[in-house]
Design a protein around this ligand. Structure first.
Ligand SMILES: Cc1cc2nc3c(=O)[nH]c(=O)nc-3n(C[C@H](O)[C@H](O)[C@H](O)COP(=O)(O)O)c2cc1C
Length: 321
């Protein structure tokens, strides 16, 4: 049972300390542990080429990213290999550290569990034996605990975006925790309650890994969304229904005093993006709607001509041409 700590903050500062505390908890429960500092890695941004999705959907391929001149393969291997992961990020501008978003984009569509299952099926049905199929480690359960460390309580989008990091691979999020008012370097070591909370989380991840994944229990704050426990809800987008910002589930927002809860029907529940059923629905939408060629496709080269010839890019002198 392998538990990976992925920390995105300053060296030996607050995020790293709570992640290490959680790893100590996991180790206490028998896990083998390892830590990676995201800032040690060179992760290039996704270029939007879609080669990963095309490879999965059209060739039953691996969906591997075509960018090879960075450390993505290193971290991809670590994440696929582990059974549990503790992801910790400092909060910058109410959101996780930016490099994590780069990693999320690189691991998004290419690692979507439903897309990889579709690729595996295509491979089997068409009897494809050439080239690589999706990595088998994509299909094993991954358990996650998510930490966000902030210097204040300006934290709104931190945990939701961490959840979105866990979403494509269908990680089972068993805990999420904000550590607020912890701005100065390493000061979290003075906060016993936070250290205890982090250690409890790591212990819980390891304990969860000893049981069948169906028995995984969530120990974080309840949240408004009953499916993913997110607190950020969009209003006024789909008629009278409210939408969870993380898992996209629709429901009716009810209030009881100061408490808010999203009431979700069984049918809507199945469409949540954190569930495999929701991921397959999204895969179908991509095939039948968003990636479906437009009948006027042939007109595009002519129509974009005026944008191509309009302006030249302003770039620093040192930019690669
Ligand atoms: C660019 C930047 C933006 C920040 N924005 C926020 C913020 O929106 N909310 C917050 O609570 N803390 C914010 N902080 C404070 C950090 O989250 C805090 O110092 C945290 O302890 C950093 O984690 P570390 O010690 O592990 O590096 C910001 C810090 C930086 C450098």
């Amino acid at each position: 049972m392998k538990v990976l700590g992925l920390t995105c903050g300053r060296k030996m500062s607050n995020t790293e300390i709570v992640v290490k505390e959680a790893l100590m908890g996991a180790e206490e429960m028998g896990a083998s542990v390892e830590i990676v500092r995201l800032m040690d890695l060179d992760i290039k941004p996704c270029t939007g080429c879609n080669a990963c999705v095309i490879d999965l959907f059209e060739k039953g391929g691996s969906g591997d990213c075509v960018i090879k001149n960075d450390d993505f393969k290193f971290i991809d291997d670590k994440i696929l290999d582990c059974d549990g992961i503790i992801v910790g990020t400092p909060i910058y501008e109410k959101t996780p550290q930016g490099l994590l978003k780069c990693l999320n984009d690189r691991m998004g569509p290419s690692h979507d569990l439903a897309f990889r299952m579709i690729a595996k099926k295509i491979r089997a049905e068409k009897g494809i034996t050439k080239g690589k199929g999706p990595d088998e480690r994509s299909f094993k359960p991954h358990v996650a605990s998510l930490f966000a460390v902030g210097g204040s309580d300006w934290t709104t989008l931190a945990l939701p975006l961490l959840q979105i990091f866990a979403l494509p691979m269908n990680m089972t999020v068993v805990d999420q925790q904000l550590f607020n008012w912890t701005a100065l370097p390493s000061t979290v070591v003075l906060k016993d309650e936070m250290l205890k909370r982090a250690r409890r989380s790591g212990r819980h991840v390891a304990e969860t890994l000893k049981k069948p994944i169906e028995e995984a229990a969530y120990i974080g704050p309840k949240g408004v969304c009953p499916v993913c426990h997110c607190d950020v809800i969009e209003l006024g987008k789909t008629g009278d229904k409210a939408v969870c910002a993380v898992c996209g589930v629709k429901g009716t927002l009810n209030t009881t005093g100061a408490d808010y809860a999203l009431a979700v029907t069984e049918d809507d529940w199945a469409h949540s993006h954190v569930l495999l059923s929701g991921k397959f629905k999204h895969g179908e939408e991509l095939k039948t709607r968003s990636l479906k060629p437009d009948p006027r496709m042939k007109e595009i080269p002519l129509l974009i001509e005026k944008y191509k010839s309009y302006l030249t890019y302003s770039r620093p002198e040192t930019a690669v041409k």
